[in-house]
Design a protein around this ligand. Sequence first.
Ligand code: MN
Length: 242
Amino acid sequence: MRLLLVNDDGVYSPGLAALARVAKRFGEVRIVAPDVEQSSMGHAITYTRPLTIKRTPIADLDAWRVNGTPADCAALGLNAWSGVEAVLSGINLGLNLGNSAWHSGTLAGARQAVLLGCRGIALSTATGDAEPDFQRLEPHVARVLEALLDGDAPRLVNVNFPREPEGLLWTRLSIRHYDGRVVPGKDPQGRDHFWLTVQPIEEVEPDTDRWAIRHRLISMTPLQLDLTDEAALREAAATTPR
Ligand code: MN
């Protein structure tokens, strides 16, 4: 089985190396990842300039770096390598829960794969003051890949690992609350500047990705590409003459 690995933290991320170590047990692994960090770039693709892909020696891995986004990497990787079974994106240094699905580069890497007819799995883990303990996480990553590389598994799945998983749960996105905020500050010259950052969400809906993480469970959320609001469509179509 051929597995293409991408991420948004950049080709030298320890999360990507950890994912490669586990993925190698399942098949042939190739890495195509951004040359610099592309976190929170969402599903951006590069079309105003050409892209390059360069061989990048990392341990004994077949690794390549691209001067583009995670979605670019998935597209270039799938273009260069035929017969890929799945694109694995991550392991991201930081959770991708709820509404972060809109700006997550990690998820976009997996979603681009699905757009191109391939299976896509996004993997992210909690970070704190210390780097995640990927060695401890590896058996859990293996368990998830075993489940999601199965033929009948959903085609696009967003996976989040708590620091010390105690189980696993299929979940939905926690979209009721948005954690994005703008924090103003001053630069050393006294000029205004702003950070786009997040605030912790306290309220957690049951059965969501955020709920799973809070209960030390690995969260697996199946996603679909169709963003159509079906209820609004039905209502609008029923009340608007053609
Ligand atoms: Mn990232």
